[in-house]
Design a binder for this molecule. Structure first.
Ligand code: TYM
Length: 330
């Protein structure tokens, strides 16, 4: 039986954090043994918000090294940069011909980015979902391992795929599904009390896989809390629920249960919870950090990984694009 196809990517806009790890990378590692996987670095996409060349090269290298350091095996999967597969850009052009302004404008990530940066509402930002659909459809993916924040983009990918099929009277594209082991897509919360873990101005909202032990401890000890529960078995407010969510993914079940019981009977001391969370996070991150450092030192190896991935990805992309051109009538 043919293996199912898996595609996913991460934008090279800075070091990867625990949100990227638990939302995406952890799935990459688990999926690589069972599926035909294409994992790329979304460097075209990063131009929508980070258009300057000076960091691009280093950021792409950092993510390449992080993939390998976290256990993505270049012998099993294609690891490449999005810009190494320019066939994607042509498929993006075709998909854009049938992507409507209204649906693109309604996309949550577009609205967020437009609000955050009203002076740079560019067409690349607007058509971000059709480029992402091109990344996925260029390999005719079945599954796309991503965090919860990408769910809407996956829905749009299915709409574009279906519309293409309808337009040309074909069943060429399938319906790729967002994927997470354990079913529900993950949202790792940030340390600032609200929202998801992500890259912020200060960097204090996220724990990066490259953070030093002391930096991790400081960030976690400073995470937002409140003055504590005032009654038995209260519902946890967002900032506290977020901390507990981090405890759930980084600490043992016992630790979670102990602090949960302490919250419920009002004996909890947030300082103790944070100390435990900090130590478990340090233990989790340190091996990745060291491995990333080692791999980053080996330019020749990284270049070889990228070129091998590029070759495999282009072969698949060329095939799809030739068929798509034929279907359209070129
Ligand atoms: P990006 O670069 O913002 O994030 C990369 C991956 O990390 C996940 N993620 C999280 N998951 C859980 N909790 C969080 N706090 C968290 N923060 C980030 C994201 O869901 C994502 O899986 N549009 C994509 C990149 C992309 C792509 C694609 C992905 C471009 N083309 C094709 C899949 C398939 C993005 O901006 O992810």
């Amino acid at each position: 039986m043919e293996k199912k196809i898996v595609v996913s990517g991460i934008r090279p806009t800075g070091n990867l954090h625990l949100g990227n790890y638990f939302g995406a990378l952890r799935n990459f590692i688990r999926m690589q043994n069972e599926y035909d996987c294409y994992f790329f670095i979304a460097d075209y996409h990063s131009l929508t918000t980070h258009p300057h060349p000076e960091h691009l090269r280093q950021n792409v290298k950092d993510i390449l090294a992080t993939y390998v350091a976290c256990g993505v095996d270049p012998e099993k999967v294609a690891i490449y940069a999005q810009s190494d597969v320019p066939e994607t850009a042509e498929l993006y052009l075709f998909l854009n011909m049938n992507a409507y302004l209204g649906e693109l404008e309604r996309c949550t990530s577009f609205k967020d980015k437009a609000r955050q940066n009203p002076n740079n509402v560019n067409a690349g930002l607007l058509t971000y979902p059709s480029l992402m659909a091109a990344d996925i459809l260029i390999h005719k993916a079945d599954f796309v391992p991503v965090g919860k924040d990408q769910e809407q983009h996956l829905e749009m990918t299915r709409v574009f795929a279906q519309r293409f099929n309808h337009m040309y009277g074909t069943e060429y594209f399938g319906q790729p599904q967002a994927f997470n082991f354990g079913n529900n897509l993950v949202k790792i919360p940030g340390l600032d009390g609200s929202g998801k873990m992500g890259k912020s101005e200060s960097g204090n909202n996220a724990v990066f896989l490259t953070d030093e032990d002391e930096v991790i401890r400081k960030k976690i000890m400073r995470a937002t809390t409140d003055s504590g529960p005032t009654g038995m078995n209260q519902e946890k407010p967002e900032a506290i629920a977020n901390l507990f969510q981090l405890v759930r993914v980084l600490c043992t079940r016992d630790v979670y249960d102990t602090f949960d019981a302490a919250y419920n009977n009002c004996s909890i001391r947030y300082g103790d919870l944070k100390k435990q969370l900090a130590e478990d996070t340090v233990r989790f991150v340190a091996p990745f950090r060291e491995r990333i450092r080692e791999i980053l030192a080996d330019d020749a190896y990284l270049e070889k990984v990228r070129r091998t991935g590029e070759e495999k990805a282009r072969e698949s992309a060329r095939r799809t694009l030739a068929e798509v051109r034929h279907i359209i009538g070129f």
